[in-house]
Design a protein around this ligand. Structure first.
Ligand SMILES: [Zn+2]
Length: 109
């Protein structure tokens, strides 16, 4: 993903309307590109302020950098969970297969 593409996706990322693949590529680029990260930071701050004004929620001392970092790592955590779930699924599948094979052999012999 290049910077132009990345920066065109910032608003969609903040609205969380990117596909999982898009958002993965977006985060990978942003983490390695100070320019785009800076841009994302500015957008994120503006979005946060606007949504606070909308909700009338006057929370003081909001650390926008911190909340952005949390947002980026939350997506990472989600990906990790999917990977762990896949691993468990495959392990259980193989175990079941072995049990079935033994079961069939037990019946045959
Ligand atoms: Zn970039």
């Amino acid at each position: 993903m290049d910077c132009t593409k990345c920066q065109s996706l910032i608003e969609d990322f903040l609205k969380q309307s990117l596909t999982p693949t898009e958002s993965e590529e977006f985060i990978r680029h942003v983490k390695n590109c100070p320019d785009c990260y800076g841009e994302l930071e500015v957008y994120h701050m503006v979005y946060s302020v606007v949504s606070e004004l909308d909700s009338g929620d006057e929370s003081e001392d909001v650390d926008y950098r911190e909340s952005l970092a949390r947002m980026l790592s939350r997506v990472g955590t989600h990906k990790r969970r999917i990977r762990v779930a896949k691993y468990i699924f495959i392990t259980v599948g193989i175990t079941l297969l072995i049990i079935i094979i033994f079961f069939i052999k037990g019946i045959v012999f």
